[in-house]
Every structure is written in structure tokens, then in C-alpha cells.
Design a protein around this ligand. Structure first.
Ligand SMILES: *[C@@H]1O[C@H](CO)[C@@H](O)[C@H](O)[C@H]1NC(C)=O
Ligand SMILES: *[C@@H]1O[C@H](CO)[C@@H](O)[C@H](O)[C@H]1NC(C)=O
Ligand SMILES: *[C@@H]1O[C@H](CO)[C@@H](O)[C@H](O)[C@H]1NC(C)=O
Ligand SMILES: *[C@@H]1O[C@H](CO)[C@@H](O)[C@H](O)[C@H]1NC(C)=O
Length: 383
């Protein structure tokens, strides 16, 4: 167990030393023993409304209270660890079906196939929601941790790119029009043809991964990021260099679920019906706020979605079940933690890749801006 969270400093150090020793060798998972209307976003871009432009000016940056970071602990630099499912879930359930059992809609009202026209090494995909307040969150992401992907006129010119994903079924014309406008301004909007509900998140990821496989066929790594998660892109790139890609071209990387065998919840928001997934546990999977799927893993998984039942719980489905189906290596790293004062220090010290923002949407907007300012000024914020 090479996890650092919620331990005392001493035991953290001991675990860290032990992990460093263990982690230098990578192990294979032992289970292997057992109608499109596309928008040309390069056409002239009408300016977004002025309320968008003034949105950031509303924040009182100058009066924000920044101070030097105080190192509470010396956080260990994250390393990549592969992990093994024990005991193995060795059942025929994880075999692909012989005929199609799932319908993955592959028509895109907003296609945005220009995104990967030029070489893309790392593509960030963010499942998003088509409403007014989420529009502000997208703008805040484009202007903070993701700003380096955008050049003049919001063109994405680096070899890292980002796209927000939506489903159109059930959207009214106004909401759809707003997405067309946003797409023509920022060029980073993809809209698929499905009902964009919480219960359809797994389908949404299947659509996203299928879009990537089709339109970004040579991408090296896809990073799925939730809207409320702030990413340290430099550290992410550094961690990607630690993956032994020659031995494990198809991999997923993220924060492993606390339990080696995560229980399946049958009631409430995260309920998964037995008819969908009959086993009592999932294969160990990555937490959903941010995880990486390598290009080769995308290309293995994407064509197989129709031949496997869609299971609710997008993170368990993609990083657990589909990885198990394809024998994809799962790597764990100190990837993300929740946003607390202590974790900001940790983030600032390059010890975690991402922070999950907490609280009301407005608080998250505020925190995203503060984290960004703090990243740029190399100072921590106090309030
Ligand atoms: C995964 O590994 C098992 C055991 O080696 C093998 O039987 C199975 O065919 C593999 N599955 C895939 C999709 O490669
Ligand atoms: C900034 O925060 C520190 C620590 O909480 C406090 O002592 C100081 O008075 C604050 N300064 C301003 C200008 O708010
Ligand atoms: C979308 O899903 C919700 C919840 O399942 C349902 O109430 C609604 O009718 C669906 N809308 C469409 C357009 O399929
Ligand atoms: C998921 O999307 C499909 C296609 O739009 C729709 O038929 C289905 O009702 C949706 N399911 C849920 C749970 O919203």
C-alpha cells in the first residue's frame, strides 16, 4: 500500500521510502495470468457578450491577501506506481460480447474535428454542462490552468489541446445556439447526440473516447478532468515521463480507489443495477476527478464499447471495467486531492497533480482564480 494520504509525517516518510524501493520495478497486472453538422470554428469569430468579458474584472484581485507559502510538511514528490488487482476478478463477465449490446451515438451536432488537425500529444477532455453558470466555469478554466493551450484569438496552437463535451438530446434551441456561439469563439466545444444526464455519464465518456479515437488518432495521452478540478499541467507532464511506455503502451493513470476491491453501490445517486453489473465489487479503478488514458488504450477501448454493457459510474466503467476487459495496466500516483489549506501547500510544492475544488460554484470560481494567481506569483493565498 503505497499511499501517502492521512498519515503522520514520520509514517509518511517511512512509507515513502518503502514505496520508493518497491516502486522502482513495475509489475504486470496478475490478472493476465488468470448526421453531422460540423462547425468551422476557424471562420470569423463573433465576440462573446460583454458580460463574459467583464466577468473576471468583477474579482478584487488587488485586495486579495497573498502571502509566502509556509511549508507545513515536506511533501514527497509523486512517483508512478503500477498496481495489481488482488484477488483477481476472473470471470467471463469481462469478455467482450459477440454482438453489439450498447448503442454509442457517433453523430455530432458540433463536431470540432479541427482540434486535432495539427499534432496533439496530450488532449484534455472535460465533460461539461450546457448552462449559463457552467459557461463561466469554462471561461475561468480557459483563463487559468488551461490558458497555456490557447494563443491569440483563442486558437489552440500548442501540441496540448483541450475540449469540452456536451450531449444535445433534450437541449432547447437557445442552449444549443449558445453552444454554437461558444464554439465559434473558442473552438473547443464538442456536442454529441445523447441525453446529457448524470445517469448517462458513462455513455458520455464512451462518446468522448470514441470521438478522440476517430478525430485524434495519434494522440499520446488523453486526460479526463472534471470541471471542478484544477490541474498542475507541468507536474502532469513530468509524471507522464515516468511511465514505462515501451512495456505498457496501453495504460491508465490516476489515483487508485482506496479499496482494492471497490464495492458496488446499489442504491442512491451512484446506484448500479445488478442487471447492468452483477458482481459485488468493481475491479480497482481510478478516482474520476482526473485521470489519464494513453492513446493506445483509447484505441483499444473505443471500438469495443458497443460490445460491452455500459455500466453507470464512469470512473469504474472506464478505468476499472474496460481496463480489465483489455488488460490495460493501471498506474497509481499522488494525482489529486481535495482542496484544503494543507493541500494548497502540497499543490504549490508540486506534490500533487490536481486539486478538486469544493463548495458552491461561486466559491470554486473564486478558488480557481486564487490558485492561478498563486501559481503565477509563487505565493499562497490566505483568504
Ligand atoms: C487478457 O489476458 C488474459 C489472460 O492472459 C487473456 O486470456 C485475454 O484474452 C486478454 N484479453 C485481451 C483483451 O487481450
Ligand atoms: C492578511 O492575512 C494575514 C494572516 O491571516 C493577516 O494577519 C493580515 O492582517 C491580512 N492582511 C490584510 C491586508 O488583509
Ligand atoms: C433524458 O433523460 C431524462 C432522465 O432519464 C428523461 O426524463 C428525459 O425525458 C430524457 N430526454 C430525452 C430527450 O431523451
Ligand atoms: C441516455 O441517453 C440516451 C440517448 O440520448 C437516452 O435514450 C437515455 O434515456 C439516456 N439515459 C439516461 C439515464 O438519461
Amino acid at each position: 500500500m503505497c499511499r501517502h494520504s492521512r498519515r503522520g509525517v514520520l509514517s509518511t516518510m517511512l512509507v515513502s521510502i518503502a514505496c520508493t524501493l518497491v516502486v522502482t520495478r513495475f509489475m504486470l497486472p496478475t490478472c493476465s495470468n488468470l448526421s453531422t453538422r460540423s462547425v468551422d470554428s476557424r471562420s470569423p469569430r463573433p465576440a462573446e457578450s460583454s458580460s463574459q468579458a467583464s466577468f473576471f474584472e468583477a474579482y478584487p484581485w488587488e485586495s486579495s491577501n497573498f502571502s509566502e507559502c509556509i511549508a507545513l510538511e515536506n511533501f514527497p514528490k509523486p512517483h508512478v506506481q503500477s498496481f495489481v488487482d488482488l484477488p483477481c476478478l476472473n470471470t467471463p463477465f469481462f469478455k467482450l460480447r459477440e454482438s453489439k449490446v450498447s448503442e454509442i451515438p457517433l453523430d455530432f451536432p458540433i463536431l470540432s474535428n479541427h482540434i486535432c488537425e495539427e499534432k496533439v500529444s496530450v488532449l484534455f477532455v472535460l465533460p461539461s454542462v450546457a448552462d449559463e453558470k457552467t459557461k463561466n466555469i469554462r471561461l475561468s478554466i480557459r483563463k487559468t490552468w488551461a490558458s497555456r493551450f490557447y494563443g491569440a484569438d483563442w486558437r489552440q496552437t500548442s501540441d496540448m489541446k483541450m475540449a469540452f463535451f456536451f450531449g444535445s438530446a433534450g437541449l432547447n434551441q437557445d442552449a444549443l445556439d449558445a453552444l454554437y456561439r461558444e464554439s465559434s469563439t473558442y473552438g473547443d466545444v464538442v456536442v454529441g447526440n445523447f441525453n446529457d444526464t448524470y445517469g448517462n455519464l458513462s455513455l458520455k465518456m464512451a462518446v468522448i473516447i470514441s470521438w478522440v479515437a476517430k478525430f485524434c488518432p495519434s494522440v499520446e495521452a488523453v486526460v479526463k478532468v472534471d470541471m471542478d478540478t484544477f490541474v498542475n499541467v507541468d507536474l502532469l507532464l513530468h509524471i507522464l515521463t515516468e511511465i514505462p511506455k515501451e512495456e505498457h503502451p496501453a495504460y491508465v493513470l490516476g489515483v487508485q480507489h482506496t479499496f482494492p476491491m471497490p464495492p458496488v453501490i446499489r442504491t442512491g445517486r451512484w446506484a448500479v443495477p445488478k442487471s447492468q453489473y452483477p458482481l459485488d465489487v468493481f475491479p480497482r479503478y481510478m478516482q474520476g476527478h482526473s485521470y489519464v488514458i494513453s492513446g493506445p488504450a483509447v484505441r483499444l477501448i473505443a471500438p469495443s464499447f458497443p460490445y460491452f454493457p455500459i455500466v453507470a459510474n464512469e470512473d469504474a466503467f472506464v478505468t476499472g471495467i474496460m481496463s480489465q476487459v483489455h488488460n490495460i495496466t493501471r498506474f497509481h500516483s499522488s494525482f489529486a486531492e481535495e482542496h484544503t489549506e494543507n493541500r494548497i501547500q502540497k499543490f504549490r510544492q508540486n506534490a500533487i497533480v490536481s486539486i478538486v475544488l469544493k463548495g458552491e460554484d461561486r466559491q470554486k470560481l473564486w478558488d480557481r482564480q486564487k490558485l492561478w494567481q498563486s501559481t503565477k506569483t509563487k505565493k499562497c493565498y490566505v483568504s
